[in-house]
Design a protein around this ligand. Structure first.
Ligand code: ATP
Length: 236
């Protein structure tokens, strides 16, 4: 394939204060792919997403998006370039209703979904439109709201940090369905997941992280051949 990747990360290092967390991360994501970062707790997966977004203390190396270097850019410039992060903590404002939460992030590029399109993806959210308190939403509804919110912005690369965490199996299935629908609509997704079974229902490719580095990678078609190795990596 001669087309350059949508996202190319080279020798990425990152620090929180004095703590050196990423030690030279290398990987790429092509347009339209769902790529999953796997690894044990503390491997540096969340830090990788935050480094792409420009919200760690210090970072070096190269993060190229659509050919443009983002390593010196502010988080605001990175968002405007078309990357959005859906954080593990979801960040739903309890004092705001569904629609107000959806409207929070600014639209940065054309091509974002309309509220109607978001409600088509997440019919449960539409039913909760009347509720004025975000915290009264279930965990699954909050996760859908957190994803729906970044779809409005026009971002083309979505960074999803453990979207299934703490959710019931039936909701996890819905999130999987949504991710597949988003892929069909042309979004590119970089996913951090502990739930490997879930990841295997959506991912095209995987990278494995350990101690702030990528230590292995494989495509979904190579999964069967790598199951034992994976169990070792993930300690399951
Ligand atoms: P998890 O599934 O636990 O989130 P992870 O692979 O996403 O795992 P990170 O959250 O990126 O791992 O954490 C990597 C390392 O960075 C850990 O050792 C963690 O303790 C440390 N760390 C994370 N956030 C901070 C912070 N704000 N300040 C200092 N150290 C941090």
């Amino acid at each position: 394939d001669v087309t350059p990747p949508l996202l190319a990360i080279k020798e990425l290092q990152a620090w929180y204060g004095e703590s050196h967390i990423l030690h030279g991360v290398n990987f790429e994501v092509r347009e339209g792919e769902v790529v999953t970062l796997l690894g044990r707790n503390g491997a540096g997966k969340t830090t990788t997403l935050k480094s792409i977004m420009g919200i760690v203390g210090k970072r070096t190396g190269s993060v190229r998006f659509e050919g443009r270097e983002l390593i010196g850019a502010t988080s605001d410039q990175i968002a405007r370039a078309g990357i959005a992060l859906c954080p593990e903590e979801r960040g739903i404002f309890a004092s705001l209703g569904v629609e107000e939460n959806l409207m929070l992030p600014p639209v940065v590029r054309p091509g974002g979904l309309t509220l109607d399109q978001i409600f088509t993806l997440f019919p449960n959210l539409k039913e909760r439109l009347g509720s004025s308190q975000g915290t009264k939403l279930s965990g699954g509804e909050q996760q859908m709201l957190a994803i729906g919110r970044i779809l409005r912005t026009g971002a083309r690369l979505l960074l999803l940090d453990e979207p299934t965490e703490g959710l019931a199996p039936v909701i996890i299935q819905q999130i999987g369905k949504t991710i597949r629908a988003l892929k069909e609509q042309g979004f590119t997704i970089l996913l951090v997941e502990q739930n490997f079974r879930f990841a295997s229902t959506v991912a095209d490719r995987y990278y494995v992280m350990e101690h702030g580095r990528i230590i292995d990678q494989f495509a979904s078609s190579e999964l069967d051949a790598n199951v034992e190795k994976l169990h070792e990596y993930l300690g399951v």
